[in-house]
Design a protein around this ligand. Structure first.
Ligand code: CFN
Ligand code: HCA
Length: 541
C-alpha cells in the first residue's frame, strides 16, 4: 500500500479549518490527540454537551435511548409509544436486539410496534384519552403483566400527563403500568434516555418479585442488550461455568428478570454508560456490589470470567472457569492464526455510541490491528478518561426534569453482602470494584479521540487517514463505502453476530478479515467518476 498519512496534529487542524471561529473553538475541545503518560493520565475531552445546530451529528435522541435501547429488548412488557407513528416505527427492532421466548409462552411482544399514532387533533386537544384507549386495547388483546408508556417530543410540548394516566390505568387494570418522560428533545443525546429508563425500571419493577432464585453464584449482567445474539453466547458461557444469571439488563430479558434482580450476589456491568445508574441504585438499596466486565474480545472475556470467579472466591468456581477458558480458547487461537496474516498492521476507526468504540478495540488488538481514531456519540468524560471523573445527569422522580451535575467517584462504599474476611481477601488479591478504565488510557498516544463526530469530519478523516475499516452506524455506512472504504456497523452488526464471548470473537475476526481483504469498495467507481457528464439546462418560462 502506498499511503501518505499526515500527522495527527495536521489532521486536527484540517478538521477544524472550515468551521466558523466559535464552532472551531468548541470542536477543538472535543477533538483530542491522545497522550497516554504513565498510568492513566490522559488529556481532558469535552463530552456530553449539546451539538451545534446545523452540524450533521451521528447522535440519536432521548426517546431512542429510553424506549429503543433499555426497554426495547424486553419481550413481555407492552411498550406503547405515545406519539406520532414515526418514533414507534423507527425504534422497532432496527437495533437487532434478539429474544428467545419459550415455546409454550405467547408473551413476546417484540414483533409488535405499539403506538398511539397521534394526529393533529390529539396535539391540539390533548392525547390522554387516546393513550387510555391504547392501554385498554393492549390489555384486552394481550393481557400482559406490564405496560410501559414512552413520551415523544410532542407529548412534553402539549403537556399530556402520562404518569397520571399510568397510575389511573394501573389501578383500574391491576397490572403494573408505568411511564417514561423521555421526550426526544431532553438532554443532548440518547444518554439522558438511559438514565430516565434506569430510574423508572428501578422504581417500578426491580424488587417486585421475591420468589427465590436458586443458584450458588448469582449474578446480573447489566448493559448487555443481545444485539445479534450476543446475550445468547454469554448465557452459554456462564451456564457452562455454573454461574446463575438472574437477569440481564436487558438482552433476552423478561419482566420477571428485572423484578427478581435484587436477589443477585453481584452485578457485572458490561456497558457502563447505559446502565451504571441501575448498578449504583442496586448497590445503595440492596447492597449488591458491581464490577466492570467486558465480553467483547476473547482475552477480555476470559479476564471477565476470572474476575467474577475471584469475587466469589470459591475454588470450585475458579477451577471451573479455568476449564471453560481452556476449552474455548483453542478455537480462538486457530481463528487468529488464520486471519492474522491478513489483518496484522491494518488500521481501524471506531465511532459508536457510548461503549463499543472502546470495547471493540480489544478485538482489533487481538487481530493485530491498530485503532487510529475513535470516539463516542454520547458518552461522558468518565467513559473516555476513566475513573478520574464521573459526570452524570440528575433526573427527578418522574424524570420530568433533568439537570447536569458532576460528582466525584465514591470508591469507599463496600459490598455489605461480603464478610470482613472476604473483603480482606479481595483487597489482598488487588481486586477492584467499579474499575472501568475508559477509552483513552487504553489507546496509544498520537491517536485521535473525537467526541460526537459528524458527517463532515468523518469524510475528512477517511480522506486523510485512509483506514482499512471504518466502524459506525447506518447513517454513516453508505457514504463511507462510497469513499472506497469497507464499513462495519458496530450497532446492528449489519447482518452478523454474535460478536461477544469466545464464539463471537471468532465470528468477528472472520468478518473483519473478509472486509479488509476485499477490494470491492476501492475498485468501485461511480459512473460520474469515470465519465463526468455534467450538463443541465434550466429554462425559465
Ligand atoms: S447496544 Fe449499547 S453498548 S447500550 Fe448504548 S452505549 Fe447504543 S444502541 Mo447503538 S450500538 Fe451503541 Fe453502546 Fe451501551 Fe447500542 S455503543 S449506540 S445507546 N449502544
Ligand atoms: C439509537 C439506536 C442505535 C442506532 C444505530 C445506528 C442502534 O441510538 O437510537 O445509527 O446505526 O444501535 O440501533 O444506536
Amino acid at each position: 500500500k502506498h499511503k501518505s498519512i499526515p500527522d495527527v496534529a495536521t489532521v486536527k487542524e484540517e478538521l477544524l479549518k472550515k468551521y466558523p471561529t466559535k464552532v472551531a473553538r468548541k470542536r477543538a475541545k472535543q477533538i483530542v490527540i491522545n497522550d497516554v503518560k504513565d498510568g492513566d493520565v490522559v488529556p481532558e475531552v469535552q463530552a456530553n454537551v449539546r451539538t451545534t445546530p446545523g452540524i450533521i451529528t451521528m447522535r440519536g435522541c432521548t426517546y431512542a435511548g429510553c424506549k429503543g435501547v433499555i426497554l426495547g429488548p424486553t419481550r413481555d412488557i407492552v411498550n406503547i409509544t405515545h406519539g406520532p407513528i414515526g418514533c414507534g416505527f423507527y425504534s422497532w427492532l432496527t437495533r437487532r436486539n434478539q429474544t428467545k421466548a419459550p415455546l409454550e409462552s405467547s408473551e413476546n411482544f417484540m414483533p409488535y410496534a405499539f403506538s398511539t399514532d397521534m394526529q393533529d387533533e390529539d396535539i391540539i386537544f390533548g392525547g390522554e384519552k387516546k393513550l387510555i384507549a391504547a392501554i385498554q386495547e393492549a390489555y384486552d388483546t394481550f393481557h400482559p403483566k406490564a405496560i410501559a408508556i414512552f413520551a415523544t417530543c410532542p407529548v412534553g410540548l402539549i403537556g399530556d400527563d402520562i404518569h397520571a394516566v399510568a397510575r389511573k390505568m394501573k389501578e383500574k387494570l391491576g397490572i403494573n403500568i408505568f411511564a417514561f418522560s423521555c421526550e426526544g428533545y431532553k438532554g443532548v443525546s440518547q444518554s439522558a434516555g438511559h438514565h430516565i429508563a434506569n430510574n423508572q425500571i428501578f422504581t417500578h419493577v426491580v424488587g417486585e418479585d421475591d420468589t427465590p432464585k436458586l443458584g450458588e453464584y448469582k449474578i446480573n449482567m447489566l448493559g448487555e442488550y443481545n444485539i445479534g445474539g450476543d446475550a445468547f453466547e454469554l448465557e452459554r458461557v456462564l451456564e457452562k461455568c455454573g454461574i446463575t444469571l438472574v437477569s440481564t439488563f436487558s438482552g433476552n430479558s423478561t419482566y420477571e428478570h428485572f423484578a427478581t434482580a435484587h436477589q443477585a450476589d453481584l452485578n457485572a456491568v458490561m456497558c457502563h454508560r447505559s446502565i451504571n445508574y441501575v448498578a449504583e441504585m442496586m448497590e445503595t438499596k440492596y447492597g449488591i456490589p458491581w464490577i466492570k466486565v467486558n465480553f467483547i474480545g476473547a482475552e477480555s472475556s476470559a479476564k471477565s470470567l476470572r474476575k467474577i470467579a475471584q469475587y466469589f472466591g470459591d475454588k470450585k468456581l475458579i477451577d471451573r472457569v479455568e476449564e471453560v477458558i481452556a476449552e474455548e480458547m483453542p478455537a480462538v487461537y486457530a481463528a487468529l492464526e488464520e486471519v492474522k496474516p491478513f489483518t496484522e498492521g491494518k488500521t481501524a476507526m471506531l465511532f459508536v455510541g457510548g461503549s463499543r468504540a472502546h470495547h471493540y478495540q480489544d478485538l482489533f488488538t487481538e487481530m493485530g490491528m491498530k485503532t487510529i481514531a475513535a470516539g463516542y456519540e454520547f458518552a461522558h468524560r468518565d467513559d473516555y478518561e476513566g475513573r478520574k471523573v464521573m459526570p452524570t445527569i440528575k433526573v427527578d422522580a418522574d424524570s420530568r426534569n433533568i439537570e447536569e451535575i458532576e460528582v466525584t467517584p465514591d470508591s469507599t462504599r463496600f459490598a455489605p453482602r461480603k464478610s470482613e474476611e472476604d473483603l480482606k481477601r479481595l483487597a489482598e488479591e488487588g481486586f477492584t470494584f467499579k474499575d472501568y478504565e475508559g477509552m483513552m488510557p487504553q489507546m496509544e498516544s498520537n491517536t485521535l479521540v473525537i467526541d460526537d463526530l459528524n458527517q463532515y469530519e468523518a469524510d475528512k478523516l477517511i480522506e486523510l487517514l485512509k483506514p482499512d475499516v471504518f466502524c459506525a452506524g447506518i447513517k454513516e455506512k453508505f457514504s463511507v463505502q462510497k469513499m472506497g472504504v469497507p464499513m462495519k456497523q458496530l450497532h446492528s452488526y449489519d447482518y452478523g453476530g454474535p460478536y461477544a464471548g469466545f464464539k463471537g470473537a471468532v465470528n468477528f475476526y472472520t468478518e473483519i478479515k473478509r472486509l479488509v481483504t476485499s477490494k470491492v469498495w476501492s475498485d468501485l467507481k461511480a459512473p460520474w467518476e469515470e465519465n463526468p457528464e455534467l450538463s443541465a439546462t434550466y429554462v425559465w418560462e
